[in-house]
Design a protein around this ligand. Structure first.
Ligand SMILES: O=C(O)CCC(=O)C(=O)O
Length: 296
């Protein structure tokens, strides 16, 4: 399908794009829980054919990673933490998912935003027996934005439970008004993570060493379920304790009405000053790299 170029003020034009009916809408309870807890589970958030289509993308990317991939153990069927991202501009399946899956509207509802702009897609795969944990971190310091209406929709492509490989969060930590230093994921020597620098922010406290001091929540997921969470919440995932099952997810990142441009050292280099029309501190304009996928 050819997509209309929809950005900023042209957001209205999104109505012209043919979209599938949404699989899941959030209840008022879920919206309230997202606001207070910072993370919620959305059962059956996307149709099963998206799960099938994105699992094919996982297989392809594992074989032919993009230039943004972070691969701890290339080609290994075990103990491999693999992430790839920013595929939507080149991969039609990922682009279709971004535009048609209904994730944008769900994200907008959770953020209570009248628009949902897309930032980037992130495939996160842990092969059986993966040791590498996803360290406790907060997303927003990695990204060149500020604003409370920033969230991720992490769609499970495989079954995962908290004991083995699913995500955990510190309930309510998104409201604490803290900004933590980015942590390097995966292999520290990998040039694809070299941009992650200890720039702005305070160090993340040693949460794993002191778990009982925190109010930790986590979600077991089935394929097609989503975990929706604020970019300000502290979260992590273990490696993959299962020796037989892959854990894979597609996380999409969403920006709402209050977001301003905040480039800084150590921020993700996929979208930099040269790609946007606004100056630091300004609300986003019509940015083709940050298309508005849904508007109220
Ligand atoms: O899937 C994971 O292990 C980590 C996911 C995550 O941290 C994120 O989507 O922000």
């Amino acid at each position: 399908m050819v997509y209309a170029s929809v950005t900023g003020k042209q957001c209205e034009a999104i109505k012209l794009i043919e979209r599938r009916p949404m699989r899941a809408k959030l209840s008022n309870t879920q919206i309230a829980e997202f606001k207070s807890n910072g993370a919620i589970l959305v059962k059956n958030a996307v149709d099963s054919d998206w799960v099938e289509r994105l699992n094919k993308v996982v297989t392809e990317q594992l074989q032919r990673p993009s230039k943004w991939a972070n691969d701890a153990n290339p080609d290994s069927p075990q103990n491999r933490m693999f992430t790839d991202r920013y595929l939507w501009q080149e991969n039609d399946e990922v682009k279709a998912f971004v535009y048609e899956s209904g994730c944008a509207e769900i994200a907008a509802q959770a953020m209570q935003s009248s628009t949902a702009r897309f930032y980037f897609d992130h495939l996160l795969v842990k092969e059986p027996g993966t040791d590498a944990v996803t360290p406790w971190h907060q997303d927003v310091p990695y990204w060149p934005f500020l604003g409370k209406q920033i969230c991720s929709m992490w769609v499970a492509l495989t079954k995962a439970n908290v004991a083995e490989s699913s995500l955990e969060f510190i309930r309510g930590s998104h409201l604490a008004n803290r900004y933590y230093m980015p942590e390097v994921f995966g292999t520290k020597g990998n040039p694809n993570v070299a941009w992650t620098k200890s720039a702005e922010g305070e160090p993340v406290p040693p949460i794993e060493a002191n778990r009982s001091a925190y109010d930790i929540i986590g979600f077991d997921v089935e394929p097609g379920d989503a975990i929706l969470f604020s970019a300000w919440i502290l979260h992590w995932a273990p490696g993959n304790v299962s020796l037989t099952k892959r854990r894979a997810a597609m996380s999409t990142r969403w920006l709402g009405d209050d977001v301003i441009w905040h480039p800084h050292e150590g921020a993700d280099p996929t979208v930099t000053q040269e790609y946007v029309s606004v100056l630091p501190g300004e609300p986003l304009g019509d940015e083709p790299v940050l298309p508005c996928i849904w508007s109220a």
